[in-house]
Design a protein around this ligand. Structure first.
Ligand code: HEC
Length: 137
């Protein structure tokens, strides 16, 4: 009985002081350590892409070669089935900008899957370069 009363009055006090006390007392203490861990997290995050080597050709073999073939010619079974683009064609390379290639990776035209959520931006850009490297004279 008295417990309930105490609880009730405590929450009443809390409710009354809520707009003031958390910002004045709890916040500064929280924010110091929160800021520090945030800083640490950000530093770690920022350094991750630099540390993890992004290997474009390796990513290409892993994600793209099953349809477009290791050399880009798309002469694989899946390439045939899905009408995958021959990425080694000089004419195709000339007609498509880096941005076009990035768009394809992110959106996945036709039967191609989208990689917007599967690969980081650094990985997508490395793949653009890898696709450029497939060009045949
Ligand atoms: C499931 C098979 C498949 C996989 C895996 C795949 N693609 Fe494709 N890709 C296709 C098909 C099919 C097309 C042609 C789509 C169309 O134009 O209708 C295509 C088209 C493209 C194009 C050309 C788009 C254009 O406008 O000419 C690029 C560039 C490309 N793919 C790059 C990649 C890269 C890079 C990867 C790996 C991250 C990849 N693809 C993975 C099937 C695939």
């Amino acid at each position: 009985m008295s417990n309930t009363k105490t609880a009730r009055s405590t929450s009443a006090t809390l409710a009354r002081s809520w707009p003031v006390s958390p910002s004045r007392e709890t916040w500064p203490m929280l924010s110091k350590s929160a800021l520090l861990s945030l800083l640490g997290g950000l530093t770690l995050l920022a350094s991750l892409p630099m540390r993890a080597e992004v290997d474009g050709p390796q990513l290409y073999r892993q994600h793209c070669a099953k349809c477009h073939a290791e050399d880009g010619r798309a002469n694989t079974l899946r390439g045939w089935l899905y009408f995958a683009q021959n990425l080694s064609q000089a004419k195709w390379q000339d007609n498509n900008s880096d941005n076009d290639i990035l768009d394809a990776i992110q959106e996945g035209p036709g039967a191609m899957p989208s990689y917007a959520d599967k690969l980081s931006e650094a990985e997508q850009l490395a793949l653009v370069k890898a696709v450029r490297g497939l060009r045949k004279p």
